[in-house]
Design a protein around this ligand. Structure first.
Ligand code: NDP
Ligand code: GDR
Length: 373
C-alpha cells in the first residue's frame, strides 16, 4: 500500500528536503503552498510533477494555516497517513514585529490541523508531527537541554510554539492520537532562508568576496547555537512517526558554537583571515590576510563585518545546547553532518551563486542582490 503524507510548509527549507525524502521512500506526497504574487516554489521546483502527467506522486494544494475550512477540505480530500506540520512564521526577530500573526499561524494553525483531523474522524489513521523548537527553552534552565528541561520562551514565536507543543501533547493524551513533537535545535543548509544568521553570513561574505557587497551587518555575535544539517533532521522527523508509540524527542548535535565562530569558518572557506576588534556595537571584522585566494575582491584592512544594533532582539536567547541521547537510544538516530562541514557546503553554494552574479555584472547585465535583514 502506498503511504500518503501531507506537509504544511513544503516550500520551506525542511519541507523541501522532507518531500524529497518521502518521495524516495515511495510515498504520495501532498504539500500546502501559499498563494503569492510571484512563484514561491524554488526549493521544490526540481521535484515538481506536472499534474497532467499520469499518477503524479507530488501534489500541491493552495492553502494557509490561518484558514480552517481550507485545511479541513484538504485533509478530507487527502486522508493522509502522516501529517508533518512544518508551516510557520519561523523567524524569531520578525515575530516581535508580527506577534499576532505569528500566534495565529504557529499556535492556532496547529490546533486547526489537529481539530480537523479529529473532526474528520481521522484520529486513528493519521499520524501527526509537530515542528517544535529549541526556542521553547529560551532562557535556559539546564545545560544541556533535554526532553525534561523546563521551558522558558523568550519571543512571540517561542510562546506560540509553546502552545503548539502542548496542544499536540494534549490531543495525544485526550484523544489517543498518534501525535508527537520533534524539539529541533537550529538546522541549516544551502536552502536555509537568507535572513537566518548562518545563511546571511555565508551569502553575505561570498558576495563580498566577489565585490557584490562591501560589508555584512550582524547583531549578537556572542549568541551560542547547536547547529545541525537539515538533511539529518528531516530523517528524524520521519523516524518519529514510524514508532509503535508516539513520543517527543530533542534533535540536536550536542555541540555548540558562537555566531562569531561561524563567521570565522565562512571567512576561512573563502581564503580570508579575519580579525575581530572591539566589543558590542563597535565590534568589527577586519581582513587580516587573504590566503592565496586570488579570486577575492577584499584586501587586508577592509572592514567586512560590523555589528548593527538593529539586529539585536528585544529579548535574546543567548545559548542553546541540546542533548539528543533519547533519540540515539530509542531511535538509533545520530547526526551525520558536522556544523563545520555544513558551513563549507553552504559557502560553496553561495560562492557559486555570487560568481554567477559577478560574471553577469562584468558582461554589463543588470543584476541585483537583495541584502535586507
Ligand atoms: P522556513 O521558514 O524555511 O519554512 C516555513 C514554511 O512555512 C514555508 O513553506 C512557508 O511558506 C510556510 N508558511 C509560512 N506561513 C504560513 C501560513 N500562514 N500558512 C501555511 N504555510 C505557511 O522554515 P524551516 O523549514 O526552517 O522550518 C520548518 C519548521 O520547523 C517551522 O515550523 C519552524 O518554525 C520549525 N523549526 C525550524 C528550525 C530550524 O532551525 N530550521 C528549528 C526548530 C523548529 P512560504 O515559502 O510561502 O513562505
Ligand atoms: P534563531 O535563528 O533565532 O535561533 O531561530 P537565527 O539564525 O535567526 O538567529 C540565531 C542567533 O544569531 C543571532 N544573530 C542574528 N540572527 C539573524 N537572523 N540575523 C542577524 O543579523 C544576526 N546576528 C546575530 C540571533 O540574535 C540569534 O541569537 C531559528 C529559526 O529557524 C526558528 O524557526 C527555530 O525554531 C530556531 O532556529 C531553533
Amino acid at each position: 500500500m502506498t503511504k500518503s503524507a501531507l506537509i504544511t510548509g513544503i516550500t520551506g527549507q525542511d519541507g523541501s528536503y522532507l518531500a524529497e525524502f518521502l518521495l524516495e521512500k515511495g510515498y504520495e506526497v501532498h504539500g500546502i503552498k501559499r498563494r503569492a504574487s510571484s512563484f514561491n516554489t524554488q526549493r521544490i521546483d526540481h521535484i515538481y510533477q506536472d499534474p497532467h502527467a499520469p499518477n503524479p506522486k507530488l501534489k500541491l494544494h493552495y492553502g494557509d494555516l490561518s484558514d480552517t475550512s481550507n485545511l479541513t477540505r484538504i485533509l478530507r480530500e487527502v486522508e493522509p497517513d502522516e501529517v508533518y506540520n512544518l508551516g510557520a512564521q519561523s523567524h524569531v526577530a520578525v515575530s516581535f514585529e508580527a506577534p499576532e500573526y505569528t500566534a495565529d499561524v504557529d499556535a492556532i494553525g496547529t490546533l486547526r490541523l489537529l481539530e480537523a483531523i479529529r473532526f474528520l474522524g481521522l484520529e486513528r489513521k493519521t499520524r501527526f508531527y509537530q515542528a517544535s523548537t529549541s526556542e521553547l527553552y529560551g532562557l535556559v534552565q539546564e545545560i544541556p537541554q533535554r526532553e525534561t528541561t523546563p521551558f522558558y520562551p523568550r519571543s512571540p514565536y517561542a510562546v506560540a510554539k509553546l502552545y503548539a507543543y502542548w496542544i499536540t501533547v494534549n490531543y495525544r493524551e485526550a484523544y489517543g492520537m498518534y501525535a508527537c513533537n520533534g524539539i529541533l535545535f537550529n538546522h541549516e543548509s544551502p536552502r536555509r532562508g537568507e535572513t537566518f544568521v548562518t545563511r546571511k553570513i555565508t551569502r553575505g561574505l561570498a558576495n563580498i568576496s566577489q565585490g557584490l557587497e562591501q560589508c555584512l551587518f550582524l547583531g549578537n555575535l556572542d549568541a551560542l547555537r547547536d547547529w545541525g544539517h537539515a538533511k539529518d533532521y528531516i530523517r528524524m522527523q520521519w523516524m518519529m512517526l514510524q514508532q509503535e508509540v508516539a513520543d517527543d524527542f530533542v534533535i540536536a548535535t550536542g555541540q555548540q558554537y558562537s555566531v562569531r565562530q561561524f563567521v570565522q569558518w565562512t571567512a576561512e572557506e573563502l581564503g580570508i583571515s579575519l580579525r575581530f576588534e572591539g566589543t558590542g556595537v563597535g565590534e568589527l571584522g577586519i581582513v587580516e590576510v587573504v590566503n592565496g585566494n586570488t579570486s577575492t575582491s577584499v584586501k587586508p584592512g577592509d572592514v567586512i563585518v560590523r555589528v548593527d544594533p538593529r539586529y539585536f532582539r528585544p529579548a535574546e536567547v543567548e545559548t542553546l545546547l541540546g542533548d539528543p541521547s533519547k533519540a540515539k537510544v530509542k531511535l538509533g538516530w545520530v547526526p551525520e553532518i558536522s556544523a563545520r562541514d555544513m558551513c563549507s557546503e553552504m559557502v560553496a553554494a553561495d560562492l557559486e551563486s555570487a560568481r554567477k552574479h559577478s560574471l553577469l555584472k562584468s558582461h554589463g547585465f543588470h543584476t541585483s542582490i537583495v541584502t535586507e535583514n
